[in-house]
Design a binder for this molecule. Structure first.
Ligand code: SAM
Length: 184
């Protein structure tokens, strides 16, 4: 089955946040990577498929500007409720990230994808995703991906995955990006 809003809305409606298989309360690993980016707190972030990630709260506390995307309105509603007043300062983008992003999405300094890209399994969708990365991330910007590796599980949340080697990710990003760090 292809990733779709009904599937994800059902998951976010029916499941406590901390019970989600991918729930991560400790954002230390992401913050360690961000510390390699000078002045990251003064950046505009794009988080595709943000789900209900508490990384949002950490970035807001640091003073960063945020653009949050998800195919699931249910997930974004959970975020709004949790964040409270600061939600008004966020640009909310409820759409399939394989489709072109609009002009409401400003140029982005840092794009962080944790377990989202790998749900796109059609080649056209994958190409659409990378077009968005290339059109929105500024020159000198950074992208951070956390996807299942080739020998990882072939499914997650009841959906098939397109798993990524570092070679495939690098190739799809193209020569305008330079690899800074990778690990499993
Ligand atoms: C495994 S969860 C990861 C959530 C979050 N990134 C985190 O680290 O907690 C995958 C997320 O991607 C979203 N998603 C799946 N397919 C999508 C698509 N085509 N466009 C935008 N979001 C999508 C889901 O709704 C869900 O929030």
């Amino acid at each position: 089955m292809k990733s779709n809003s009904e599937h994800w809305n059902r998951i976010f409606h029916d499941t406590e946040e901390a019970q989600l298989g991918w729930y991560e309360s400790d954002t230390a690993q992401t913050l360690r990577l961000l510390d390699r980016v000078p002045d990251w707190k003064n950046s505009t972030f794009f988080l595709p498929g943000v789900g209900t990630s508490v990384l949002v709260d950490v970035l807001l506390d640091a003073g960063a500007r945020l653009v949050l995307n998800d195919i699931s309105q249910e997930a974004l509603d959970h975020d709004r409720e949790r964040i409270g007043d600061q939600a008004d300062a966020i640009e909310w983008v409820c759409q399939d990230i394989a489709q072109p992003l609009g002009s409401n999405v400003p140029p982005i300094d840092i794009w962080i994808d944790r377990a989202v890209l790998h749900f796109l399994t059609d080649e056209d969708d994958i190409l659409g995703y990378f077009k968005n990365v290339l059109s929105k991330v500024k020159t000198g910007g950074h992208v951070l991906f956390g996807e299942f590796p080739p020998h990882g599980s072939a499914t997650c949340a009841g959906l098939d995955l397109h798993r990524y080697s570092i070679e495939e990710l690098s190739e799809r990003l193209g020569s305008v990006f330079r690899l800074v760090e990778h690990f499993e």
